[in-house]
Design a protein around this ligand. Sequence first.
Ligand SMILES: [Zn+2]
Length: 321
Amino acid sequence: MYTHIKLSVLVVIRLLPLSLILYLGCTKPAEIEKLKDEKFSIVTTTTQVTDLVRRLTGDNCRVISLMGPGVDPHLYKPTARDMTAISSADLVIYHGLKLEGKLAATLRKAKDLKVYSVCSVIPQGNLLQSKESDVNYPDPHVWFSPSIWIQCMNGLAKFLAKELPVNETEIFKKAHVIEKEFLDVAAWAKKQFNDLPLNKRILITSHDAFRYLGDFFGLKVIALQGISTVQEAGLGDRTNLVDYINRNKISCLFVESSVNPKALEEIAKETGISIGKPLFSDALGSVENSSIGPARKSFSHDTWSGMMAYNVRSIIDGLDP
Ligand SMILES: [Zn+2]
């Protein structure tokens, strides 16, 4: 029987038209890889979400991130290539709370697409509300609260364990390790902010992304723009900020890696104060750079812990040089 099949296959191969053999020979390596790759595929939106999904699934899934370092999710518009990735994914995981602008609505409307928002597990009472008078929605920058982000990570772990039952034990084991790491980073950061003189605990940034950080670590947070970067700061906002800086003898302003620094740079020039290292606000950094965190451990900037280690050091260096 085996010999019979083997012979038949040999006959078929010998009869294959030359053009088809040439076609197979010309298939690009990337396409061959794609054909071979039968892993469960997950499309993620922001870099913070990508970090959690990658860490929880390890090598068990193929994770395709739509946004990279320096990309502003508020202004993000999906490309045709993104839409192809989304439509061929087994699962799409996004942040939610309107952080991704119109992308989230597009995802929710898509038929036959399984989507999950990492913020779906946060109790309403834990969310800060926008301070803007004309809009009323929750502040989406929740990754700056270690306790809320741990809640999101554990919720995601539960969801992924249901989707990938074969990997359930491994996912929960990883979630436990991640939670311990996040708690260590938070305690390390808290100690440093507590050592900062009270009158220096004022963080001024381009857009209002750091309110959860301020709440958690006891910093007063002021921003030139609102919670979203969609609307630019008006002249009144700039005048108020200049007044505030002069009255409170602020010594340092902070621009952000994913937001245009121009307006804040102009204010720094006008008030004669310095600009600190650019902070990671709505996007994590690159895998090629890292910062030292708790226990002298090095954390890559494309991870939550690396972003926090870098931001905490940069804020303290800027406020208390
Ligand atoms: Zn933002």
